[in-house]
Design a protein around this ligand. Structure first.
Ligand code: SF4
Length: 348
């Protein structure tokens, strides 16, 4: 059976035509779906017969809240969703001055194996469908009662490793007939799959591309991000230049500050020289400690000095505010704990 929320409005029209229904029904159903209905029964402007036929023909995914943590400090909410097959994924809702931002997962687990990340420790379980990624947005809106204005694809998973579903999600979530979040309010974060960055450039999207660079030299980067063996720094930067030349959209670079690993003065210099002459923005991220990793966060004064060194060389850099400091902030930790619990009780 087809997951109905993974269908575009056009595909829905075609499905309805095949069922002998009028095309305008597609708009009505799409609206209900994007409003977060939990059953076809709730679609009160459709006949009983049509609702029953939809239920026979389509799967309506409804994620359940398996766990929810709310920060007492800044109201950040972290969700662990249980999907229809029992798999779990995390999403986060954050409050900023400019509105509500959500961070969504694109895969169950991840195969990229970054050393500082709890999400990749158990490898990739499966891709999320476009509808399941959309569900994270819809059900955070529904649960919180707040309107989401920005989305970052920065939760568990490498979005470009689930390319087709992620691309479809981007079209679904920005569709004016649905939840309608403009592409300029969406950021996609990648660990640096260079050929997929080049492919994405050709899609002519308005989203912001965010590249997790984390180290400016191959030796350090390969030691914390295995993806660097396939796409070394020079290859990645070439893809980034192509992306900018094709789309005209400035790239944002994520740079994790790990003590005595990525925060040395020569690395600031090298990073600045990599980005010289490119429209770029660097986000310095204080490392979230993961128990299984030996990496430790840089000292605050080192982060400040690193930022100053970049700015002195003409590169704009900001230090990311730590959200929800009193909840499990590091991506993947809630799911990992849930997996542990299932293993302990023999459910996994
Ligand atoms: S940081 Fe992102 S790409 Fe790397 S292992 Fe974690 S989820 Fe995957």
């Amino acid at each position: 059976m087809t997951e109905i929320k993974s269908l575009t409005i056009q595909e829905l029209k075609e499905e309805l035509a095949a069922m002998g229904e009028k095309p305008f029904r597609a708009g009505q159903i799409f609206k209900w779906l994007h409003g977060g209905v939990e059953s076809f029964e709730e679609m009160s402007n459709l006949s009983k017969d049509l609702r029953a036929r939809l239920a026979e023909r389509f799967i309506l995914t409804v994620p359940q809240v398996a766990r929810k943590q709310v920060s007492q400090v800044d109201g950040t909410v972290k969700y662990l969703w249980r999907l229809r097959d029992g798999d779990c994924v995390e999403s986060v809702l954050m409050h900023y001055e400019h509105g509500v931002s959500v961070c969504v997962s694109t895969q169950v687990g991840c195969r990229m194996g970054c050393k500082f990340c709890a999400s990749g420790l158990n490898g990739l379980k499966r891709h999320l469908s476009a509808g399941e990624i959309l569900d994270e947005v819809l059900f955070m809106q529904k649960d919180s009662g707040e309107t989401v204005s920005n989305i970052v694809l920065m939760g568990t998973g490498e979005p470009l490793d689930n390319y087709d579903n992620v691309l479809k999600f981007l079209h679904l979530v920005s569709c004016p007939e649905g939840v309608n979040i403009g592409q300029r309010h969406i950021s996609l974060s990648t660990s640096g799959i260079a050929d997929k960055i080049e492919k994405l450039a050709g899609e002519k999207l308005q989203i912001t591309l965010s590249v997790s660079l984390h180290a400016p030299d191959d030796e350090t980067r390969s030691s914390i991000m295995p993806v660097n063996d396939a796409y070394p720094v020079e290859r990645l930067m070439r893809a980034c230049r192509y992306y900018f030349d094709t789309t005209g959209r400035r790239i944002s670079y994520e740079y994790m500050m790990a003590r005595d690993k990525t925060d040395r003065p020569w690395q600031a210099e090298k990073l600045a020289s990599l980005l010289r002459g490119r429209p770029a923005h660097v986000n310095l991220i204080p490392l979230n400690e993961v128990a299984e990793s030996p990496l430790r966060p840089s000292r605050p004064e080192t982060v400040r000095r690193f930022q100053q060194a970049l700015e002195k060389r003409g590169v704009t850099a900001t230090v990311r505010r730590k959200l929800g400091p009193d909840i499990d902030a590091a991506c993947g930790q809630l799911r990992r704990r849930e997996l542990q619990k299932q293993q302990d009780t023999g459910r996994f």
